[in-house]
Design a protein around this ligand. Structure first.
Ligand code: DUC
Ligand code: ZN
Ligand code: ZN
Length: 469
């Protein structure tokens, strides 16, 4: 082997299974040596006192996604991936959205153009299917799966995105045939409409009523329906952004019956509650996301799910809008009803500190479970393993140096996203990313995003390990 490009020395290496002291040798963007002591590399980084973990993989972020008339997402690929890097992440997965009437292939090509040459970290795309025409199901999807777009998201709500049961079954069936993984947004369209109309008639239009219009039973009913459809078709599914005890019980029920039902949860569901939407004036709009945050009991249930393996992945569901903007949370129609407040909150940069602090620092999960939930399982779930997701010989040198003792207060002024606020303003954490490497190159260090915009590659992915052979 030629001389090493880089050695990361003296740190504590943490993977999904182990924790030990060691040095890491990197050549040509990959990990080529792990040993007690590595000397003679062209460059050395001193990691003493730090944990050396696989770079975070956030498999659920929204970037530059079309959000309807007059509404603009706060992040483009440059700002979102800078923010991801500053949060200790080396890979993100965002969504190429098919608008109704549009070819899926065209949507992907258009979306890809927005990302090319713009990313600080590696990036890959899921597909959002809103119009499962015979051409989409019969030709476009199979071809796109072969090209490395091996996962797609479907919605059970939203006027522009909702699929009916017949359409869900048709998409599930293609996923089964092509061995793709379907991610399902479980909230029932008709139940939400019914409740939202009733609330509006009663004049209950403030942001808080967003949460009232989407109670846990709405998510639980949809989760059960999605699980039943998946059982019928015999296909694995991933239920994304599970918010509380009731939907989680459905997942656990399915898992106990041996069904391949997987689940994701997010920082908002372990730290925020519906009460956060009940702020002064429009302040609650800062917390409007779907499903909405629940209550303390649900948070407790989610922690149980995280520590007991009900959840495979912990993602941010980063979906950033500006608060004080006519194209964001305070758009001209937002005051007339919660229905017009854009759905989503920023979080790609704060995901890892929140999970680490609330999980590892408070003794709820082990360091190894933290790595599994924040990196390794994402790579396995979405076909990036064993290229990404762990620290081992042959893996990409995607590495996060982490200070497990550093205390920080989350504040808008220290973040790199395009939003003008964070829902976690003033939230105190213990544990903080010090540096992020993507394929051996440093992209973030000590509060500063470094490196070339454009270093991040757009990745094709293989078949999910959870879908199987
Ligand atoms: N679903 C998401 O996954 N993200 C934001 C909004 C939504 O409904
Ligand atoms: Zn969703
Ligand atoms: Zn999302």
């Amino acid at each position: 082997m030629s001389e090493l490009d880089l050695a990361i020395r003296g740190g504590t290496i943490v993977t999904a299974s182990d924790m030990y002291k060691g040095d890491i040798g990197i050549f040509d963007g990959r990990i080529v040596a792990i040993s007690d002591e590595i000397t003679g590399a062209r460059q050395e980084v001193d990691a003493s006192g730090l944990w050396v973990m696989p770079g975070g993989i956030d498999s659920h972020v929204h970037i530059a996604q079309d959000s309807g008339p007059g509404i603009v997402m706060a992040d483009d690929f440059a700002s979102a991936t800078a923010s991801a890097a500053a949060g200790g992440n080396s890979t993100v997965m965002s969504f190429a959205l098919q608008k109704r009437g549009q070819s899926l292939r065209q949507s992907v090509e258009d979306y890809r153009k927005l990302a090319e040459g713009e990313c600080f970290v590696d990036t890959s795309f899921h597909l959002i299917i809103s119009d499962p025409t015979p051409a989409v199901l019969g030709q476009e999807l199979p071809a796109l799966v072969k090209d490395g777009y091996t996962s797609f998201k479907v919605f059970m709500t939203y006027d522009d995105l909702v699929l009916n049961d017949r359409e869900l079954l048709a998409v599930f069936d293609v996923a089964r045939r092509e061995k793709a993984l379907v991610m399902v947004h479980c909230e029932g369209y008709d139940t939400i409409r019914f409740l939202a109309e009733r609330l509006e008639q009663e004049g209950k239009v403030a942001p808080y009523y967003h949460a009232v219009s989407r109670p846990e039973v709405v998510e639980r009913e949809a989760a059960h329906r999605a699980i039943s459809h998946a059982q019928l078709v015999d296909v694995p599914i991933m239920i994304v952004h599970v918010s509380g005890a009731e939907a989680m019980e459905q997942v656990r029920w399915a898992q106990r019956r041996g069904l391949k039902v997987y689940a994701e949860t997010c920082p908002q569901y372990i730290t925020l509650t519906a009460e956060d939407l009940d702020g002064l004036g429009m302040e609650g709009a800062k917390y409007v996301c779907s499903p909405p945050p629940r209550d303390a009991e649900s948070q407790k249930a989610i922690w149980e799910g995280l520590s007991q393996g009900v959840f495979q992945t912990f993602s941010s569901d980063h979906c950033p809008f500006r608060y004080d903007s006519p194209q964001g949370k305070l758009n001209p129609k937002a005051r007339s009803s919660f229905r017009w407040v854009p759905n989503g909150i920023p979080g790609v940069e704060t995901r890892l500190p929140i999970l680490f602090s609330e999980g590892v620092s408070k003794g709820r999960i082990t360091p190894q479970t933290f790595v599994a939930l924040s990196a390794t399982n994402h790579a396995r779930m979405y076909g990036l393993y064993p290229k990404k997701g762990s620290i081992g010989i042959g893996f990409d040198a995607d590495i996060c140096l982490w200070d497990p003792k550093r205390k920080e207060t989350l504040r808008q002024e220290i973040l790199h996203h395009g939003s003008d606020y964070t829902p976690w303003e003033g939230f105190e954490v213990t544990g903080w990313p010090v540096a992020t490497f993507v394929r051996g190159k440093i992209v973030y260090r000590d509060g500063e995003v470094l490196g070339d915009r454009g270093h991040g590659q757009i990745l094709a992915r293989g078949i999910s390990e959870y879908v199987g052979a």
